[in-house]
Write a protein of this length. Structure first.
Length: 219
């Protein structure tokens, strides 16, 4: 939904993006301000639709922030990964009774799922969630968050690189391994530039930058 024409006076420059990325980084994860990431920052803060989506997501995030950060800490994962539900669901428990329609409620490419972390049924079941005609544990925020921690821990261990792990979270491990083998590089941003990976990992890094620098929305 953050695809409208960029508003020039609200664009974040590369220098400002570098400063914001530094502020979003810590000893657990360095956030890059590569052009592919800066482009996604500007989709979030310099388009009318992107700004509206991101403001709502950050407001909703307040309800879940302490819980999600605690689970990331327990899993020894970077707190910057709390940005994933910004991209996936705008921090709305999508599909739950009373939630808004799925249409236009996610920035993530691919097949939409359910919940904060937007698991599709096959992934949900693989990570211990019940999904059937009577029960959908993707809509149990605690259970789906636990499943997301297990999946992310597995992916970070498998790839040894958060950017590649994020790509696999969206596109699957096999796709990422094949992209690496085909292109002969493990540089996630280069793989995005070549079109071998989609822009999901830059989207999450951009959301982490905005999450740590909410003033970017108020420019």
């Amino acid at each position: 939904c953050a695809s409208a024409e960029l508003v020039g006076d609200r664009r974040v420059s590369r220098d400002d993006a570098r400063a914001a990325a530094t502020a979003a980084s810590d000893q657990t994860l360095t956030i890059d301000a590569e052009p592919v990431v800066v482009n996604e920052v500007n989709r979030l803060v310099a388009t009318p639709e992107g700004r509206a989506f991101t403001k709502r997501a950050l407001e909703r995030m307040r309800t879940h922030e302490a819980f999600v950060n605690a689970k990331l800490d327990e899993a020894h994962l970077p707190r910057q990964l709390a940005a994933i539900p910004i991209v996936e669901s705008g921090y709305e428990n999508l599909g739950a009774a009373g939630s808004e329609s799925l249409s236009g409620r996610s920035l993530a490419p691919g097949i939409p799922g359910r919940g904060l972390w937007m698991f599709i049924p096959t992934t949900a079941r693989a990570y211990g969630l019940r999904v059937n005609d009577d029960t959908d544990e993707r809509l149990d925020i605690e259970k789906e968050t636990g499943a997301a921690m297990r999946l992310l821990s597995e992916l970070v261990h498998a790839f040894g690189d958060v950017r590649l792990a994020l790509a696999a979270y969206n596109q699957g491990q096999r796709h990422v391994h094949e992209a690496i083998a085909r292109e002969g590089t493990r540089d996630a941003w280069e793989l995005v530039r070549r079109g071998a990976l989609n822009r999901y990992a830059p989207q999450v890094y951009a959301a982490a930058i905005v999450m740590s620098n909410p003033d970017l929305i108020e420019r």
